[in-house]
Design a protein around this ligand. Structure first.
Ligand code: ZN
Length: 147
């Protein structure tokens, strides 16, 4: 079996791994653990009401860790914790043009959770790709605010 040609759109739109999202039941408990582990303090704290989470970002070299605490047990992160007790939840790629990336994925039949971008943390626009499209990893696409 030969592998398909590397898709040129990936090089065109995907800039880098922006962060790894980790679900935790409590930021109050998890933040000191990661501060000790990384030897760094939290860079950014934010509540994202649309996702029903509180987030804490740490810088790790050129990428980040995003800790996610649910503010509602029925939220996506709340259900993830109930099922798996937390852990790595998603991988986030920074993209230069989210709308173009989504259009490209749709054209290629890549299964998406979000057909259109929605608001994420830190003023980013985000959309999620279904884990079925990646062999089991939930992938977030994130476009930084412009200007
Ligand atoms: Zn994320």
């Amino acid at each position: 079996m030969s592998l398909p040609e590397p898709p040129p759109f990936a090089r065109k739109f995907i800039k880098k791994i922006d962060h790894l999202g980790i679900a935790v039941s409590s930021l109050e408990t998890a933040v000191p653990l990661y501060e000790a582990l990384l030897g760094a303090t939290v860079e950014h704290l934010e509540e994202v009401p649309t996702e029903k989470v509180k987030t804490a970002f740490f810088s790790v070299g050129e990428t980040h860790l995003e800790l996610l605490e649910p503010t509602d047990p029925d939220s996506v992160i709340g259900q993830f914790i109930a099922k798996r007790r937390g852990g790595i939840h998603h991988l986030c790629f920074e993209v230069t043009d989210l709308d173009a990336a989504l259009a490209e994925y749709k054209a290629r039949g890549v299964r998406l959770i979000d057909q259109v971008a929605r608001p994420g943390a830190q003023g980013c626009r985000v959309a999620f790709v279904h884990p079925a499209a990646s062999g089991g990893v939930l992938i977030e696409l994130s476009e930084k605010p412009r200007g």
